[in-house]
Design a protein around this ligand. Structure first.
Ligand code: SF4
Ligand code: SF4
Length: 196
C-alpha cells in the first residue's frame, strides 16, 4: 500500500512539536560550564607531601600508567647513639592520561591519602604524548579537589582525629602542670604563725 501523500511531513512536524515542549538537554559547553557532581572523576590530583613512594599505586594500576622515580636519602639519628635511617625521596610522579581508564584503584589503594579525584576535565590535547602529566601539574590539580563531605553527626570519630585530640589534651595538661609548678616556686612564702 502506498503511503498517504504528506503523511511523512505530518509525522515529522508531530515530532518537532513534541520535542519543542520538552526541557532541553543540550549542554552549551564551552559557553556554559556543565554542572558536575562534586565527586566527578575528572583527573587525579597528587598531594606529594603525603606520598612515601611506597609504589603501591603504580603496582596496582591495571594500565601501568603511573611512573614513579625516587632516590634514597639518609636521615641522621634522632638521638645520640641512635641508628641512621633512610627514606625515599620522590623525583618523578607522572600519570599518562591517554592510558588511564579512570578506575580509581590507585586512589583507593594509596595508604597515605596522597591521591584524590578532582572534577577538573579540561585537559584535552591534540598530541597524545602531551597527556602524560608530571607531578607539578598533578599538584596543581590537587587544589581543585573539593572538600570531603561532612561526617554523619552520629558517626564514630575517625581514629586519626581521636589520636590527635588525645595527644593535644595530654600536651595541654602537661603545660598546665608545668605552669602551676612554676607559679608555686615564684610565689612569696606565707609568714608562719607567731612571726611578725
Ligand atoms: S585511575 Fe586506574 S588506570 Fe588510572 S592511573 Fe589510577 S589505577 Fe591507573
Ligand atoms: S600509593 Fe600513595 S604513597 Fe604510595 S607511591 Fe602511590 S601516591 Fe605515593
Amino acid at each position: 500500500m502506498s503511503p498517504v501523500p504528506g503523511s511523512g511531513l505530518a509525522k515529522g512536524l508531530a515530532v518537532t512539536l513534541r520535542t519543542m515542549t520538552r526541557k532541553t538537554v543540550t549542554e552549551q559547553y564551552p559557553d556554559t560550564q556543565p554542572d558536575l557532581p562534586p565527586r566527578t572523576r575528572g583527573v587525579i590530583g597528587l598531594f606529594e607531601e603525603n606520598c612515601t613512594v611506597c609504589m603501591l599505586c603504580a603496582r596496582e594500576c591495571p594500565d601501568w600508567c603511573i611512573y614513579i622515580d625516587s632516590h634514597k636519602e639518609t636521615v641522621p639519628a634522632a638521638a645520640p647513639g641512635g641508628r641512621e635511617r633512610s627514606r625515599n625521596v620522590l623525583d618523578r610522579f607522572a600519570i599518562d592520561f591517554s592510558l588511564c581508564m579512570y578506575c580509581g584503584i590507585c586512589i583507593e589503594v594509596c595508604p597515605f591519602d596522597a591521591l584524590f579525584w578532582s572534577p577538573e576535565f579540561e585537559y584535552a590535547e591534540t598530541d597524545i604524548r602531551d597527556l602524560t602529566h608530571e607531578r607539578d601539574k598533578l599538584r596543581e590539580w590537587m587544589w581543585t579537589v573539593p572538600a570531603p563531605p561532612a561526617l554523619d553527626p552520629g558517626a564514630e570519630e575517625p581514629k586519626e582525629l581521636a589520636a590527635a585530640r588525645k595527644t593535644a589534651d595530654k600536651l595541654a595538661a602537661q603545660q598546665q602542670a608545668e605552669q602551676a609548678a612554676q607559679a608555686e616556686q615564684t610565689a612569696p612564702a606565707e609568714p608562719k604563725e607567731g612571726e611578725s
